[in-house]
Design a binder for this molecule. Sequence first.
Ligand code: GLN
Length: 304
Amino acid sequence: MIDYQNILNTINQSVRQEKDKGKIASYIPELANVDINNFGVHLQLISGEQYAVGNSQQLFSIQSISKVLSLALAMSQMGTAIWKRLDVEPSGNPFNHLSLLELEKGLPRNPFINSGAIVIADILVSNLENPKTDFLNYVRDITGDNSINYNLKVTQSEKETGFKNYAAANLLKSFNNLNNDVEVVLDFYFHQCALEMSCAQLSKAFYLFANKGECLASKGRLTKSQAKRINAIMLTCGFYDEAGEFAFEVGLPGKSGVGGGIVALLPNEFVISVWSPGLNERGNSKLGMQALEQFTTLANQSIF
Ligand code: GLN
């Protein structure tokens, strides 16, 4: 038996001693109002047991972690048709990079860079009756938690400063890869990124990816094959130009967000969520990555 609580306590002690905690994202001004000393971990085993340490129940802005949930909803609604509009190759570039999108004629490299997530947002806006409400209900449903909500201050803050996302959406539109109005699609995208969740809630939301498409809270939402494919994209594209480093150091599929959260999972075994708001130069949680490296090393569990 692995003593998970002991491992989490060890990680908590070592990570909290770090002097360099990275830098809080300030390009979305509202995100800067967070204490850099927050650190939390929540581990959800597929068998049902849970372990936690630190600020694991505190809400934070999940940002790009939401791109996995929007992809899951789009795949479950539209199946493989979505892959006509975007690819599944790592980009090797920052999440908001634009020149590759122009070079590749408006076909985003993958659904986890911003341009790809904006195409997924466009697909959901076309297919959902009440896009923002329906997406929120989907997340609440797979998590089994009706308290989850958007932080509208974060939505507004990003709307006022999201120039690169406006540029990406306009480029997509110029290549006929955006069916709805730029404003409408970005309004949805800025809402999805502004979802607020805790590590504990994120572990539950991501349970289905580790459990062959079956949720902890409700009936199956994805096919086994869809869950497998989403995990593959997390492994290859979940950390932008740091996807290689994450696979090398941690060895799990996962997804980060500029709010400082990271969710990672080992299929059939567990989901682990960490939060530390300070980011490294590539926009991924600095101590979060460190904590996950320690976790897979101490627990001796990774996909490799
Ligand atoms: N909402 C953020 C943006 O579009 C998401 C980026 C991220 O978390 N990497 O810039």
